[in-house]
Design a protein around this ligand. Structure first.
Ligand code: CA
Length: 221
């Protein structure tokens, strides 16, 4: 789970990137021009920034200079460059960009590069604490009162999905898609069985609510 800034003036592309990074559990902020982006960067910490090169106001290079030279931040930056522009790529890398992606890009490539850069840079383990529970996201382990609780990979994935979408109702069908995958042919009762296991193992009846005919919601403010 990373906090990511997306700077891109083309709204459909920006929305596409944002939606997909959020589906992967990341928290996204967005800016449609370089000046707006500069303001956001000066006020918010990020784990990763994605800059388009050609932007109204400050361009992507100027934003990178702001990040590296003025603010002296090591935050990883991925550039979106036009396919034919090798100069742009070299300039970006020489200014300290971590990676670049040529437009038009395949979404899967972008998501893989984002994950690769985050794996390189986010070494510290992120945990979420609530009640007597600790969830460690990078090692996918859960502890209760300091002792590790054995969850199956699917139980963990289901719990993580509910936590990342906390306070939102997720239908059984949505959970099947997010946890078991689009082509999973099982039935929604599978979700109920796993929810029952998670509740029993972690004593989550006050947090993990069943909403009649709607699905499940993990409540945490
Ligand atoms: Ca642009």
């Amino acid at each position: 789970m990373a906090k990511i800034l997306i700077v891109e003036d083309e709204k459909p592309i920006r929305n596409l990137i944002k939606r997909n990074l959020e589906l992967m559990g990341h928290i996204c902020m967005e800016a449609s021009d370089g000046d707006e982006a500069a303001e956001i960067i000066m006020e918010n910490p990020f784990d990763l920034m994605v800059f388009d090169v050609m932007l109204p106001g400050k361009d992507g290079f100027e934003l990178l200079e702001l990040v590296r030279l003025r603010l002296k931040l090591a935050t990883p930056v991925i550039f979106l460059t036009a396919k034919e522009s090798i100069d742009d790529r070299l300039k970006g890398l020489s200014l300290g960009a971590d990676d670049y992606i040529s437009k038009p890009f395949v979404l899967r490539e972008l998501l893989l590069r984002v994950q690769a850069v985050l794996r390189r840079t986010m070494k510290e383990e992120e945990s979420l604490f609530f009640d007597d529970i600790e969830v460690r996201f990078s090692s996918k382990k859960v502890f209760r009162k300091g002792l590790e609780v054995c969850l199956t990979p699917k139980e963990y994935c289901l719990l993580e999905t509910l936590i990342l979408n906390r306070n939102i109702v997720l239908s059984r069908e949505k959970l099947l898609t997010l946890v078991w995958g689009y082509d999973y042919e099982g039935e929604s009762r599978t979700v109920d069985v796993h929810i029952r296991q998670i509740r029993a193992k972690l004593d989550l009846k006050d947090r993990l609510k069943t909403l009649y005919k709607m699905g499940y919601r993990f409540e945490l403010t």
